[in-house]
Design a protein around this ligand. Structure first.
Ligand SMILES: O=C(O)CCC(=O)C(=O)O
Length: 274
């Protein structure tokens, strides 16, 4: 045994979790610690293509909505609903196999995507995600199983220097935000490679860090939740259903659009029965 090696033997333990895949291992970490890193499996060519697509999408977005307008509402460092843009690469990031395999182990039952947003952590500046929050903000309950999970796709490497996301491990299990001294002692940064997802229980307190490099740190944030929460932006109204398999349509929320009337509700029930 080496000094400081983690003991492998145990006694007095009757119940033990087992993991047989990287996805099960990530799900166990999210359950216990509130966060994990999952590899997307994208090739390095795809990772580069995503980084280029991100910049192109951001430029189009700013051209469409206007820099001044976005700045005035603190939206300049966010690109809302990337998967509704023409480039299908953003839908592939939201529906990535490795990610979905992990999410299925974390959230039992059905889930849908709530939102997909590009995030820019600018060099040397404050930005809207650089503050402690939950991804179900203003909520102070604890649930025995996750209601929502965040998957932050790393467009760039996340490093200590460029403000890799800070987390407060296991804080998804406590209702209240802890004291300043607790935060200072227990906060840690999740370093990860471009092409990976940082998967968070949405109730973990987290924050972007200060980017002290000269380059932006880019990410694409996703929130997936049980189908009882409404989407940030109505995705079925903004993407074409034909491009997707029925499982993908379900995740995009096509099966959970609110019925417009009792008649509509009954018709939907009849369609499911057929
Ligand atoms: O920029 C980051 O590292 C954190 C992003 C974040 O907190 C969020 O999207 O909810």
């Amino acid at each position: 045994m080496r000094a400081n090696s983690v003991p492998e033997s145990s006694y007095g333990i009757l119940l033990r979790d087992q993991t047989n895949s990287p996805f099960e291992a990530a799900a166990e970490e999210v359950r216990n610690l509130g966060y994990a890193v999952v590899d997307s499996g994208f090739t390095s060519a795809e990772i580069t293509e995503i980084a280029k697509a991100f910049d192109a999408a951001r430029n189009l977005y700013i051209a469409k909505y206007g820099e001044e307008r976005l700045s005035s509402i603190d939206e300049l460092n966010t690109v809302r609903s990337m998967l509704t843009q023409e480039n299908e690469i953003f839908r592939r990031i939201a529906l990535n196999d490795n990610l979905l395999s992990t999410l299925k182990l974390i959230m039992s039952g059905k889930f849908i995507i709530n939102q997909q947003n590009g995030i820019i952590n600018p060099p040397g500046k404050k930005y809207n995600q650089g503050a402690w929050h939950r991804d179900l903000p203003y909520q102070h309950f604890v649930s025995s199983r996750p209601l929502a999970v965040n998957a932050l796709y790393c467009v760039d490497d996340f490093t200590l220097e460029n403000g890799a996301t800070f987390v407060l491990p296991a804080s998804h299990k406590s209702e209240r935000f802890p004291s300043d001294s607790y935060v200072q002692k227990n906060a840690m940064q999740v370093q990860s490679k471009a092409g990976s997802y940082i998967v968070l229980d949405c109730m973990i307190f987290h924050s972007g860090g200060f980017n002290s490099t000269l380059s932006v740190r880019r990410a694409i944030n996703h929130v997936y939740n049980i189908p009882f929460f409404k989407q940030q932006i109505n995705l079925p109204a903004n993407v074409c259903a034909d491009h997707f398999t029925s499982d993908e349509r379900e995740i995009l929320g096509f099966n959970y659009v609110e019925p417009a009337s009792v008649e509509d509700y009954l018709r939907k029930r009849e369609a499911v029965k057929k």
